[in-house]
Design a protein around this ligand. Structure first.
Ligand code: FAD
Length: 414
């Protein structure tokens, strides 16, 4: 990180904006950095199955995510560990046919292609994907896709999209959707624009896409018909640990920068470090980062030792805790840097813009809190009935049900 990534991160951000286009998934500077990382075996670290990747536990990979989160724009791509390719690779490993693995997964693992995940639609609430409107209808040996998506991150440089859409319109809410693989050069895959996000629309983009009579072979269905939610749920836990540990790495770097600035900036007769307001910023930040890290590693440990199901409450909690913690710490670090903090001469402003999405994407805070509260309420209700109170029974109330009342927030961005 110190030798190759930090010195290049500003250049990587500029090059992503200028060089990524259809057929060019990575700018030259990243191509070189990625080759060095691969040579050193620092590649596909996110895959727990050693047949395909590094074979690390969630806890172990979480520690690496913290390091990569210190440079969120450059580092995950450097090590072929960036969303949404990571989540897409995971579901291809678990649900892809041998042909799909060869055609779509292998180029991702080799770093030769990029992908995107196309779920959110402007017309309906992404927090509640049972309302999705995009459809795929089987016509002979082809799916015909029609619909309107946006915030399909990374579509500009991607080779293919995994699209979540309705194939079973008459089924129960959580079995209406499926996932289908769509190469971006398919006629009818119409990339309308990268949606500007906080003044920025360059690079891989968060894209608006219209699927208009877009035809793909029947065999591009990923997993079973109607299994869209099941597949989406499969990637929920690990992806959230990764996001949270990266947020912790971002916050840790912000604290270091805040302290360096406080020690070196003189104001009102002494260093900022002597002012109690600034000390309060630093102390609060240290406490919040360490609390978030312990909770996240606890969730990872629980997932590694007891399984995703038992870890669900901890995973929901860290998603909210880490997303809010990183914004608070970055805000303080920017404040201590004054106008420099608002500028793009330090990584803080870009980290702030990048991190803000964590409170919305991958399930907004409010939806995670709703799910956390429902599990607690279910546990209390079971206790009152005398039916036991372990976390498994608490979790049961939060599985997707036909009425949708206890659904997990759907994972969209990664
Ligand atoms: C930078 C970025 C990248 C993204 N990348 C992708 C991607 O690659 N692929 C993709 O498909 N999507 C992506 N998304 C979309 C993201 O997943 C959705 O924005 C998210 O699921 C929320 O959906 P929505 O925007 O429709 O908001 P809505 O569902 O309309 O929600 C708006 C707000 O309503 C409130 N709310 C919702 N439900 C409740 C509730 N039950 N209780 C209380 N309040 C509630 C919350 O405050 C929420 O923020 C991305 C988003 C961002 C910002």
């Amino acid at each position: 990180m110190a030798e190759h990534v930090y010195p290049a991160e500003a250049e990587v951000a500029r090059a992503l904006d200028e060089e990524v286009k259809p057929g060019v998934p990575y700018p030259e500077i990243l191509v070189e950095m990625r080759a060095k990382a691969r040579e050193q075996g620092l590649w596909n670290l996110f895959i727990p199955d050693s047949e395909y990747g590094a074979g690390l536990t969630n806890w172990e990979y979480g520690m690496l995510c913290e390091q990569m989160g210190r440079s969120p724009v450059a580092a995950p791509m450097a090590f072929n560990c960036s969303a949404p390719d990571t989540g897409n690779a995971e579901i291809l490993i678990d649900h892809g046919t041998p042909e799909q693995k060869e055609r779509f997964l292998q180029p991702l693992l080799d770093g030769a292609a990029r992908s995107c995940f196309s779920m959110t639609e402007p017309e309906v609430s992404g927090s509640d994907p049972t309302t999705l409107q995009t459809t795929a209808v089987l016509d002979g040996d082809e799916w015909v896709i029609n619909g309107h998506k946006w915030f399909t991150s990374g579509a500009v440089g991607a080779d293919f999209a995994i699209v979540m859409l309705v194939t079973e319109p008459d089924a129960a809410p959580y079995t209406r959707a499926s996932m289908i693989l769509v190469p971006v050069d398919t006629p009818g895959f119409n990339l309308i624009r990268p949606v500007p996000v906080m003044g920025h629309d360059g690079g891989p983009g968060h894209c608006e896409i219209r699927y208009e009579d877009c035809r793909v072979p029947k065999d591009n269905l990923l997993g079973e018909r109607g299994a869209g939610f099941v597949i989406a749920q499969d990637r929920l836990g690990p992806g959230r640990i990764h996001h949270c540990m990266r947020a912790i790495g971002t916050a840790e770097r912000a604290i270091e920068m805040m302290c360096d600035r406080a020690n070196n900036r003189q104001s009102f007769g002494g260093p900022l470090a002597d002012k109690q307001f600034v000390q309060d910023f630093i102390a609060k930040s240290r406490m919040e980062v360490d609390q978030a890290r312990l909770l996240t590693l606890y969730a990872a440990w629980q997932m590694d030792t007891e399984g995703k199901r038992r870890a669900r409450q901890a995973i929901s909690m860290i998603k909210v805790v880490a997303a809010n913690m990183v914004m608070d710490v970055l805000d303080r670090a920017i404040q201590v840097h004054g106008s420099l903090g608002m500028s793009d001469d330090t990584p803080l402003a870009a980290m702030w813009r990048f991190s803000r999405m964590l409170k919305v994407a991958d399930g907004p805070d409010e939806v995670h809190k709703m799910v956390i509260a429902r599990r607690e309420l279910n546990r209390a209700a079971k206790r009152a009935e005398g039916g036991g109170q372990n976390s498994e029974s608490a979790g049961k109330g939060a599985t997707p049900s036909a009425d949708g009342k206890a659904a997990e927030p759907a994972k969209a961005s990664t």
